[in-house]
Design a binder for this molecule. Structure first.
Ligand SMILES: [Zn+2]
Length: 387
């Protein structure tokens, strides 16, 4: 790979700059010679991250913006790294956003004093221009990963396996105008522009079969993303038709795995919803995110719920009452010891030798109030099990 160091002024770089509002990207610079967002670049995210103003502020203060990398493609150039910074500058100079001046006033470019405008336009940007084979450039692009906001794994994969398949995938899953985005956001964490939906869709369709990398490599030249799209929508539709009420805790669950494990089972969704509502109202359920898999699995794996044990403020008064009654009756304060071998039938256990127990097991829908709490000696509580 051949690299040359070059210097451009901001004025030169943004000559002919066009910002595409719909796609959220800067298109061209250097009077059409520079492609600002090649297909392997990520969508413009500085605006979301509120960093655009910082770029302009740096120019006004004469701070360096860091190295920028261009890829030389014949007579043309494309931005390899620095797209975010160039787009921020282009957007500011073309009046797309304002910065705050030292008095806290909003200032657009055209409202700045002439010397400040010139200062921005005459700022010099240091650029490494690289020439090499496509694979070499892309591999290297994966390595540099130097822009202010680190690339996410999926953004790197998009760069490495760029082509018709990634373009088609991004058109659906990375498109912030996609009408399904609202629905997806209830089940999948993240944002379209940072590739989170596209990443999850690929992970789900490949789960247990092959790696996302090899799948992207296999399909790289094809613009057909039907399999990914269909599977993703099938999982989401299954989740939304199984659990009727949308809860915050649903977002980010492993729906792909849950679908594979449970979709063949039939559920009465009305009953399911009613029981989910009950569990949501149960103060003893510490892990609400576990409710959904707990229900799908037929209420067997109560570890998923991380059921809370009785608080000492509940168990201590019950211990005192139970012990006083046992002493008066000349029996053990553990009701199970009373029925056990002779040597323990009258044993009075100390508080820390006993555990609070649900009289009716929690998993058998026993109440979670003090009336369902009894103290057992630790041995009997453990042997009772099935809590
Ligand atoms: Zn006992």
């Amino acid at each position: 790979m051949k690299t040359t160091l070059a210097e451009y002024t901001v004025k030169e770089i943004i000559e002919g700059f066009v910002y595409n509002q719909l796609e959220g990207k800067g298109l061209h610079g250097l009077n059409g010679r520079l492609t600002i967002q090649p297909e392997y670049q990520r969508a413009f995210i500085y605006a979301e991250a509120n960093r655009e103003g910082g770029v302009i502020d740096s120019l006004l203060k004469g701070y360096p913006l860091g190295l920028i990398y261009f890829n030389v493609v014949g007579d043309l150039l494309e931005v390899l790294d620095g797209q975010q910074r160039i787009t921020s500058i282009g957007r500011f100079v073309t009046g797309k956003f304002a910065i705050q001046d030292e008095n806290g006033m909003e200032q657009f470019f055209h409202g700045l004093a002439k010397d400040q405008q010139d200062r921005i336009l005459e700022s010099k940007l240091l650029v490494y221009e690289c020439e090499g084979a496509e694979t070499e450039i892309k591999t290297w692009f994966k390595i540099i990963n130097i822009a202010g906001i680190p690339l996410k794994e999926q953004e790197l994969l998009n760069a490495v396996y760029s082509g018709p398949f990634v373009n088609a995938g991004k058109a659906v899953f990375s498109n912030s105008l996609n009408a399904n985005k609202q629905k997806w956001s209830s089940y999948v964490k993240g944002t379209a522009s940072r590739q989170d939906y596209w990443e999850r869709a690929l992970q789900w369709v490949t789960r247990g079969k092959q790696t996302v990398e090899s799948y992207m490599s296999d399909h790289r030249a094809s613009a057909d993303i039907t399999e990914v799209k269909t599977y993703f929508e099938t999982v989401i539709d299954w989740a939304s038709s199984t659990f009727l009420t949308i809860e915050d805790e649903m977002c980010g669950l492993e729906w792909g795995r849950l679908y594979e494990t449970y979709h063949a089972k039939a559920y009465n969704v009305t009953d399911l919803d009613a029981r989910v509502r009950e569990l949501y109202g149960d103060p003893f359920v510490k892990n609400r995110r576990g409710i959904f898999e707990f229900m799908l699995g037929g209420e067997q794996d109560y570890k998923l719920l991380d059921v809370r044990v009785f608080d000492v403020s509940v168990s201590r008064p019950i211990y005192e009452k139970q012990t006083a009654e046992a002493k008066a009756a000349g029996k053990s304060n553990c009701p199970l010891c009373v029925m056990g071998p002779l040597n323990n039938q009258t044993k009075i256990w100390k508080f820390d030798e006993m555990d609070a127990d649900h009289v009716t097991a929690w998993t058998k829908h026993g109440g979670t109030d003090p009336s369902n709490c009894q103290m057992l000696c630790k041995t009997h509580n453990r042997s009772k099990g099935n809590r």
